[in-house]
Design a binder for this molecule. Structure first.
Ligand code: AMP
Length: 483
């Protein structure tokens, strides 16, 4: 049987995001500490915000930035931007003044929608600022004529190794990503997502928000704490969460909490984990404490969430599984993970050089991640090409070393990076958060590595830390370790 991949991709991408996300209905779609919204309310509010933006002369294709913490108003503002056909520039609410200024100078939004604390930060940039708490309202304009190729949002890469780049995601990208998520995780209108992820990031936006709106189900926005997440997942009413999405550091905290407060979570349908590697020991701990291991998935801002362990199992620790529908994954030079499909972005904002470098001659996106594909077709991520350590002329992928060190009982968490060294060029260094018991002894940990890895891969030094520096998505910021 031949599968019409191109036709399939076109159908996954078809439509206009605002139209698809803002389906009418009287059921509640979003809840949060600050209220509830039914589908009809969300649709009408987003329409009025689109009207307000229209009256401020925002046109289809203009950029409008959102610089605010998660809230129902954030969602309304974002959907208002989509409804007027503008391009949403997503800003991390944790950005300090200089970071915010960099994004604004790069994206050149015509308007910034900011909540009160962030408005203060950017007031001096001389832009038009719209208060999130007081969104402009106007008569709902007609639905703009957009195609799946029309840009919907600019998401900045996390920039753990350099300046963030603006990835332009189009309507078709978001629709294909969201539809893919419904399929792979069997997401239906009966689901309630406990949404504790930042909305500005692809994980919380493309999966959490878009998936909820496309599924016909609902979501509860909660600022993440283990107690708050568990409370939502164990409610006694129809609002009880059936799905939870998190990053590994959230699962770590959830497990720590559950160890102190054992709770039956067997009614939760699925836990999904990604954005950073889920250590196998944490996978096992989750299996025990949550009652099931999380479904680990892999994604990247430029491509969406594109690979996942199978919902129906087996969920393999240390592996990220199979491609989403309509996505092709293969390995390129140096085993780099390459992606193609309707989910994958078209390029970086005003950066043709970076865009050209990001694609192979046959149109695959170069993720910069190093992968391995097993005989069963599942993918494992071995690290980032840029994190490759070259020591004494040998190549070392930090993740391989971390996987070994993570199995030592004195290690709670570890990141491996190369420090400059006259002798080796770079010296493999382990940054370890000790578990506390047994005590961490540097020479023992190095010896432990030598029993399991070739000598050149073993750490020459162990640096103990209270916590690893991580960004909002739980990714270790290696640039801070090696500076
Ligand atoms: P971002 O663009 O912020 O979503 O970051 C994407 C990067 O996160 C990928 O290129 C990977 O390096 C990393 N990543 C995401 N999911 C996983 C995973 N399940 N395992 C290992 N690394 C991951």
């Amino acid at each position: 049987m031949t599968v019409d991949i191109a036709g399939f991709r076109t159908s996954l991408r078809s439509g206009n995001l605002a139209e698809e996300l803002l389906r009418p209905g009287r059921d509640v779609v979003l809840r949060s500490g600050d209220g509830k919204l039914t589908r009809d309310e969300l649709r009408s509010n987003a329409g009025q915000v689109a009207g307000g933006l229209h009256e401020l002369s925002v046109k289809a294709g203009d950029r409008v930035a959102v610089y605010a913490a998660n809230s129902l108003d954030w969602v309304t503002a974002y959907l208002g931007i989509q409804r007027v056909g503008a391009v949403a520039v997503m800003m991390n609410p944790d950005y300090r003044a200089a970071e915010a200024e960099y994004i604004i100078r790069d994206a050149e939004p015509v308007t910034v929608i900011a909540d009160r604390p962030r408005a203060e930060i950017i007031e001096k940039l001389g832009l038009r600022i719209v208060a999130l708490e007081d969104l402009p309202l106007g008569a709902t304009p007609p639905m703009p004529a957009l195609t799946p190729e029309s840009p919907a949002a600019i998401l900045y890469t996390s920039g753990t190794t350099g300046r963030p780049k603006g990835a332009v995601l189009d309507h078709g990208n978001f629709l294909a990503q969201g539809r893919g998520a419904l399929d792979v995780w069997r997401w239906t209108s009966k689901d309630v997502l406990v949404h504790a992820l930042p909305l500005f990031h692809l994980h919380g936006l493309g999966m959490g928000l878009h998936g909820t709106l496309l599924s016909g189900g609902s979501a509860t926005l909660v600022p993440f704490t283990p107690a708050a997440a568990v409370a939502e997942l164990t409610r006694d009413d129809a609002e009880r969460g059936t799905m939870f999405f998190g990053v590994p550091s959230m699962y770590q905290r959830l497990c720590d909490w559950l160890e102190q407060h054992p709770t039956d979570l067997s009614r939760v349908r699925v836990f999904v984990c990604g954005s950073a590697p889920l250590p196998p020991a944490l996978f096992e701990r989750c299996a025990r404490l949550l009652g099931q291991p999380p479904v680990e998935r892999y994604g990247i801002t430029e491509g969406g969430i594109v690979v996942t362990n199978p919902y129906d199992g087996p969920r393999q620790p240390g592996r990220v599984g199979y491609a989403f529908p309509g996505v092709e994954v293969r390995l390129g030079d140096l085993d780099e993970v390459l992606l193609k499909g309707g989910q994958v972005f078209q390029g970086y904002w005003r950066n043709p050089e970076a865009t050209a470098e990001a694609f192979t001659s046959d149109g695959f996106f170069r993720t910069g991640d190093v992968g391995e594909i097993a005989e069963d077709g599942t993918l494992a991520i071995r690290g980032r090409l840029k994190e490759l350590i070259i020591t004494g002329g040998f190549n070392v992928y930090p993740r391989e070393v971390e996987l070994v060190l993570e199995t030592h009982p004195a290690v709670q968490e570890v990141a491996v990076a190369g420090l400059p060294s006259d002798k080796w060029g770079e010296e493999v260094t382990a940054f370890v958060v000790p578990s506390g018991s047994p005590p961490l002894v540097e020479s023992e940990l190095i010896e432990f590595a030598h029993e399991r890895l070739a000598a050149y891969k073993c750490p020459k030094r162990v640096v103990t830390m209270e916590a690893l520096p991580r960004n909002a998505m739980g990714k270790v910021q290696r640039s801070l370790l090696v500076k």
